[in-house]
Design a protein around this ligand. Structure first.
Ligand code: FES
Length: 176
């Protein structure tokens, strides 16, 4: 039988490996307990808990999906459904700097693809790829909701608006 592509939700490596189980470190656990006090139900705390998990581990692994589902009394399928719906949750490890280039309409007509392809070329990565030193990941994303200041590049949690190829070139060496 043919192997499933790793991006397929039913591929083997998308299931939690019990030998890689995760647990919030004490500080994150304290923040999680605080999050719970701010929502009427455990399920309502899912998005902030996933944000906390991503801040803690940099991405949402299958083991994290399993852990969060146990913490919030939800099924792993329920949690995975949310993780795979929002592209703000990384389903794969990313570099120290996650360069997310919006290529939707407003950004596209303002040369977003020149920025995106330029980054891939300069960093020698394929679309969605990470440099071997783990410093940069370049991803194409859907509308970042800032169309009036297109083109937009989100780097980790920060928006860089009205970007240009030249400005991206100037910014890149500062990200070390
Ligand atoms: S199209 Fe790029 S922010 Fe909306």
């Amino acid at each position: 039988m043919a192997e499933l592509h790793p991006d397929n939700p039913y591929a083997k490596d998308r299931f939690a490996d019990p030998s890689k189980a995760v647990e919030f470190p004490p500080e994150a656990r304290k923040r999680f307990e605080h999050i719970l006090t701010r929502y009427p139900s455990k399920e309502a705390a899912l998005l902030p808990t996933l944000h906390l998990a991503q801040e803690t581990w940099g991405w949402i692994s299958p083991e994290t999906v399993h852990y969060v589902s146990e913490l919030l009394d939800l099924s792993p399928a329920n949690v995975f459904g949310v993780v795979s719906f929002y592209n703000m949750y990384n389903q794969k490890p990313v570099g120290k700097y996650h360069l997310q280039v919006c290529t939707n309409l407003s950004c596209m007509i303002n040369r977003a693809y020149d920025i995106y392809e330029g980054l891939c070329e300069k960093l020698h990565v394929k679309p969605g790829g990470t440099t071997p030193d783990g410093l940069y990941t370049v991803t194409e994303v859907e509308c970042l909701g800032s169309c009036g200041t297109a083109p937009v590049v989100q780097i980790n949690n920060d928006y860089h608006e009205n970007m240009s190829v030249e400005e991206m070139d100037a910014l890149l060496p500062k990200l070390k």
